[in-house]
Design a protein around this ligand. Structure first.
Ligand code: ZN
Length: 461
């Protein structure tokens, strides 16, 4: 029986994760991510898949981030009717993230049509909130460490990846218990970080897919919040605001954890902290509910929710309140999505704050090529927001230590847990420079065979 693996996304780029495994007539898609960033990539979201979605038997999600799940509503719209396996934490987060992404896509399309700054007439959303709700009905939550059949002779087991609530490695067997083993790393978390546990150790697999987002980088040493404290203190002292674009699910929890910690140690002034993202507020609730899946440190305190709030904390609940904060001259800290400033409410804060040198925009996550976040970090003098050119006068900062992705050393540490080398290691979910650097290090230090697959490439298992 022919067994193949096809790379339908996150090949030489960091978004659009989709890997199709076929064994005879069984077809399982691991991750169902949306392409983001460069226009050339985003256009792939509109192109037909090489297989008819109706013929895919099951989808397996490593975690809830949109670059791993955001294509699911479209897949369902095109006729996919199988089950979508994921952990309970991932299911909970998908239930808030996918409808939100649909709503956002509808809003963006509406705004583009109103502002007349679309090349497509009319602009259409990739999927709607309703499409997302429909997709959610197919979710099939499965706990960690429980083997389940996905389709025919393809079985899966999730183990904790330490990257996000519910995040997992997918251990797949193709061709029954004695068949080929494939391990999908999804996104690899980090060691010794607050909020989430360390990535679990994996000892063997035949075929490994490893993410390489930070394959050529080392995160700055954890400085116990030193730079965060410095940036906040200086900006507030100068009468400015600190705007933190953050992935609503994943980064927000760690940002708030640090703000609380720095406030308690009197290392930053106590100012209003606004969380302007209904989705992030919902996600915090899920983190509190799944505290058993969090870092052991987070499980001991009483009232888990208290770990995720500061002294003058406000969850912004209305657009009117958003506008008041944007217009107010009072120093404050604002956390809002999206994390790469590609959409969402943070754009309104950026429009208002970017021209003024008093304010600071602080990025705490990866900024993909082609995003406004990347442009700002690369020193853009102006950025286009909602069709307007906005001059950049504000201080632009980045803190990498809060990243949810393992850096090169952490990837090597995790690979060091293997007791025998995989037959082949595919480097995925990274830009080419990162993959080249990591591949060279893996070959040199471990002597493993690595490969960097291309978009659309199919290999025999
Ligand atoms: Zn992720």
């Amino acid at each position: 029986m022919t067994q193949t693996l096809t790379f339908l996304g996150a090949a030489r780029t960091v978004t659009g994760s989709k890997y199709l495994v076929e064994s005879g007539t069984d077809r399982v898609l691991v991750d169902c991510g949306m392409f983001q960033g460069l226009k050339e990539l985003r256009e792939r979201n509109w192109q037909a898949l090489p297989v008819d979605p109706k013929t895919i038997n099951a989808v397996v999600l490593t975690h809830a981030h949109i670059d791993h799940t955001g294509y699911l509503p479209r897949l369902v719209k095109q006729g996919f009717r199988g089950r979508v396996f994921c952990t309970p934490g991932t299911a909970d987060l998908c239930r808030i993230m996918l409808p939100d992404a649909g709503r956002l896509a509808e809003e963006d399309a509406r705004e583009a049509n109103r502002g007349g700054y679309t090349k497509h007439a009319p602009a259409l959303p990739l999927f709607t909130e309703e499409d997302a709700m429909h997709a959610l009905t197919l979710l099939q939550p499965v706990g960690y460490d429980r083997p389940v059949p996905a389709s025919g002779d393809i079985g899966i087991t999730f183990t904790d990846a330490g990257h996000l609530l519910g995040s997992s490695f997918v251990h797949m067997t193709v061709g029954g218990d004695s068949g080929r083993q494939i391990l999908f790393s999804g996104d690899l978390g980090r060691y010794d970080r607050p909020v989430l546990p360390d990535p679990s150790r994996v000892e063997t697999t035949d075929v490994l897919l490893i993410e390489t987002t930070y394959g050529d980088r080392l995160h700055e040493q954890d400085d116990a919040g030193e730079r965060l404290a410095e940036i906040i203190t200086a900006t507030i002292a100068g009468g400015g605001k600190v705007i933190i674009p953050a992935f609503a699910v994943g980064r927000v929890e760690e940002v708030i954890y640090w703000l609380k910690k720095l406030e308690a140690a009197r290392r930053i002034p106590i100012v209003p902290v606004y969380l302007d993202s209904p989705m992030a507020v919902e996600a915090l609730r899920h983190y509190a509910n799944h505290s058993r899946d969090l870092d052991p440190d987070m499980q001991t305190g009483r009232g888990q929710m208290s770990a995720f709030t500061t002294q003058r904390f406000t969850a912004v609940s209305s657009v009117v309140q958003s506008r008041q904060i944007q217009a107010s001259p009072a120093p404050c800290i604002v956390i809002s999505a999206s994390g790469m400033a590609t959409g969402g409410r943070v754009l309104h804060y950026l429009s208002a704050a970017l021209p003024n040198p008093r304010h600071t925009v602080l990025f705490v996550g990866y900024q993909a090529a082609g995003t406004r976040g990347r442009q700002l970090l690369e020193g853009a003098k102006t950025v286009k927001i909602h069709g307007d050119l906005v001059p950049v006068g504000a201080r632009i900062e980045r803190i990498d230590s809060m990243s949810a992705h393992a850096d090169q050393n952490e990837i090597m540490r995790w690979l060091g847990g293997f007791t025998r080398p995989p037959t082949i290691t595919y480097l995925v979910h990274g830009e080419p420079a990162a993959q080249e650097a990591l591949g060279a290090r893996i070959q040199k230090e471990l002597g493993w065979t690595t490969d960097v697959p291309e978009y659309g490439e199919q290999v025999t298992l």
